[in-house]
Design a binder for this molecule. Structure first.
Ligand code: FE2
Length: 282
């Protein structure tokens, strides 16, 4: 455990009331952490393998098609150092590959383990992500496969979250394609979705519990922004993913399978069926 916990006791209580299904704000104490300055993050970017770094121009429309995303011309480290004017965003993925960031990630997640494990099973695949964004940048509408706590370190942003079970936003086959790796990250956006969004303001010291696969898009504020996402998977998320993949097989066979249930439904039967098929197929 670190000498200064990342979450005050009241935030751990709040998290216990939210996890795993509900989004909500928490507080954290990582603002000013020496590993999370722009200089430290530029060094981190230089140490990560190429496939763990992604960067793009900012100011993208929230529903941009993948083939329309332009490529940044600035080099990565230069983009980070000039993020106040680069019009870009940078994602540093799986920061735990660099040992001091791995230690930070494990310390932070150890604080929530006693809430997580009894509900969704063992914490698995701990991963950290850092997002560095120019003023006004937009992250398009998408969802992520991890349980996530997003910690705002510098600048402000508004994350707008949407219900995950609402099949008017996107139908079950979109979930299935996602779990089979046949899906681009950005989801198709329609302007009439906006009314279903829950916007949440984040400033330095705020954290946000983003439940697994909650669709969201992000509008950055007028300052450069740094956010840290601490994420994990669980036995529950693996079962949901495998149940979705099993449904994809049923759908290919011409059936109309029922979508996996939200937590606390466990989705075990379909997950076990898919795992058995995967083993047979080798
Ligand atoms: Fe995301």
């Amino acid at each position: 455990m670190p000498s200064h916990p990342a979450f005050p006791p009241a935030s751990l209580e709040a998290f216990a009331a939210l996890y795993p299904g509900s989004p909500g704000k928490l507080a954290h104490s990582l603002v000013g952490h020496p590993l999370l300055t722009l200089d430290a993050l530029a060094d981190l970017a230089g140490k990560l393998p190429e496939d763990s770094v992604e960067y793009n121009p900012g100011k993208l429309p929230i529903g941009i098609a993948p083939e329309d995303v332009p490529k940044s011309k600035l080099g990565l480290v230069e983009t980070i150092r000039t993020i106040d004017r680069a019009g870009s965003w940078v994602a540093l993925k799986r920061i735990e590959q660099v040992p001091e960031y791995g230690a930070l990630l494990r310390d932070v997640l150890a604080e929530v383990k006693d809430v997580v494990a009894p509900r969704t099973g063992k914490m698995l695949q701990l991963e950290g992500f850092v997002f560095i964004t120019s003023p006004g940048g937009v992250t398009p509408f998408h969802f992520d496969p991890e349980h996530n706590i997003l910690m705002q370190i510098r600048g402000s942003k508004v994350m707008t979250l949407f219900p995950v079970e609402d099949e008017e936003l996107f139908a079950a086959p979109v979930h299935e394609a996602f779990h089979l790796g046949e899906h681009h990250r950005n989801l198709p956006w329609q302007d009439d979705f906006a009314a279903k969004g829950l916007p949440i303001d984040l400033v330095p010291g705020d954290a946000l519990h983003v439940p697994v696969k909650r669709p969201h898009w992000v509008q950055n504020g007028p300052e450069p922004s740094i956010s840290l996402s601490v994420t994990w998977r669980s036995e529950w998320t693996y079962a949901e993913a495998d149940a979705r993949a099993f449904n994809a097989l049923l759908r290919k066979a011409g059936l109309h399978p029922k979508s996996p249930g939200a937590f606390p439904e466990q989705n075990r039967a379909k997950a076990l069926a898919f795992r058995a098929i995967r083993r047979i197929k080798g």
